[in-house]
Structures are given as C-alpha cells and as structure tokens.
Ligand binder design. Structure first.
Ligand code: ZN
Length: 256
C-alpha cells in the first residue's frame, strides 16, 4: 500500500511541490472559467488558441511524468521522441472535443502528481534529460512544471496576469530568462532593474546600457515576451555631461 503523502521530506522540495500544485490549481481555475466555445479563442501566444495551450499543458504533464518514471525505475523514457512529435501532438490535441481536452488536462495533472508523490526520497536526485538535452536531477521537474502552469494560465488571456504569479516563481522565471539571454549572448547592452525588489539582471558591464525597469511582475511579463505594460526604458551613459534619455521599450530577446 502506497502512502498518500509525499515521500520526500526535503523542505525546499516540498515548498516547490506546493508552488507547482498551486499553479496547477490556478490553471484549472482559469480553464474552468472558460466555456467550451471560448476554448476556440485566441491567447497571448501567436497562432495558438486556448485549445492549443490546454493540450500543451496536458501533454507537458505526461512528458514530465515520463521523466519522474525514469527517475523511479532507471529505465530511460524521454519527454518526447522529438520536438516534431511534441508539436504534432499539440496540434492534434487542439482538435479534441472540449470534454476530451478538459479530461486530458485533469487526468495528466493527477497522474503527474501521483508520480511526484510516490517518488522515493533518494530517486529525486537521479539524473534525467529534458527535451533541450539538459541533464538535471528529477527534482528539477517540479520547476519545469511550475513555470508552465503559471505562465500559460496568463496566456489563456481570460483575466490572469503576471501579478497573480507568486514572487518566488517570478524571480526564478526572470533568472531563467536572463540566464538564457546570457548563454546566447543576446543581452549585450541590456540592463534590467526590478524597482520593487532592488534586483538587477542582464548586462552589468556596459557603459551605456539600455535600462529596462519596472516592478517584478511587469518586468517578467516583458522579459517573457508578453508585452511591456508597466515597464519603462532609458538609454544611459556614464561620464560627465551625459544624461538618461527615455526611449520606447525594446522587445525582449527570445529566451525559448
Ligand atoms: Zn509551454
């Protein structure tokens, strides 16, 4: 008989699991507020309807559950056979009936949760590989899921905003996004200032950076490519006789 509570006792991991479960509940709430007809509506993601997002979130739970099973059994089970297979699956899922789509979301979320709950303490350290080829401990799957459910709940575009996302999730998102820019070298000359948290990200070495600033939720919204409400931009130069010029907010570099 399997226990009905998490096998891990790591407080950090338990907190992360709670964040992912809250995100899943938040996504479920926004999805349930939509009528079947409204599932056909547009989202914040170009070319994707709410059907695509719901299918993606459902198949994402299955893919992440495969990684957790891999960690549990030692038998390699990749997230997806390939990115083409993943994309094809989403396009197929988007054609499902509303009830089938809702079941896909519900069942896949429950399944993933059971896989997490029953994963033995030591197996959380086992290495698995993401679709991007990154080798990570199984514990990373919790964050991988968390960022999907929180962000795509906003993408459904029926009232959720980045302000609904908990601050630890926003901060980690911004760390991920700016880290991806750094890896690609696309953050040159771009300095990000989070005004309500006194945090700085991006290129801190430039003498005349373009500074994008605003409160955490707005900055993450911009950095994730979801618009620039609430952020301002200025070009600064150091040295005598120079001053900041307010300018239009540049589009954030791609991060995914
Ligand atoms: Zn996604």
């Amino acid at each position: 008989m399997v226990a009905r509570h998490d096998q891990t006792t790591d407080p950090e991991l338990l907190a992360a699991l709670l964040q992912a479960r809250r995100g899943t509940a938040f996504f479920a709430r926004k999805l349930n507020e939509l009528s079947d007809a409204e599932l056909d509506g547009d989202t914040l993601l170009p070319g994707w309807t709410r059907r695509h997002i719901t299918a993606h979130i459902g198949y994402n739970a299955r893919a992440i559950a495969r990684l957790v099973e891999w960690a549990a059994t030692g038998v390699e089970t990749p997230m997806y056979a390939s990115t083409e297979v993943r994309d094809h699956e989403i396009n197929f899922g988007a054609t499902l009936s509303p009830i089938a789509l809702r079941h896909l979301f519900d069942h896949s979320a429950v399944h993933l949760n059971v896989e997490w709950r029953d994963l033995p303490e030591d197996a959380w350290n086992h290495t698995v590989r993401t679709i991007q080829g990154r080798e990570v401990p199984a514990s990373e799957t919790v964050w991988m899921r968390s960022r999907e459910v929180w962000m795509h709940a906003v993408d459904l575009d029926n009232g959720a905003s980045f302000h609904d996302i908990p601050e630890p999730v926003l901060e980690r998102l911004l760390t991920d996004i700016t880290g991806a820019w750094r890896t690609r070298g696309t953050d040159t000359g771009l300095l990000i200032k989070v005004t309500d948290r006194n945090l700085t990200f991006g290129d801190t070495t430039s003498d005349s950076p373009t500074v994008v600033s605003g409160p955490l939720a707005s900055v993450v919204e911009w950095a994730a490519g979801r618009g620039h409400a609430g952020v301002t931009s200025a070009v600064t130069a150091t040295g005598p006789g120079t001053e900041a010029n307010t300018s239009s907010v540049p589009a954030a570099p791609k991060w995914i």
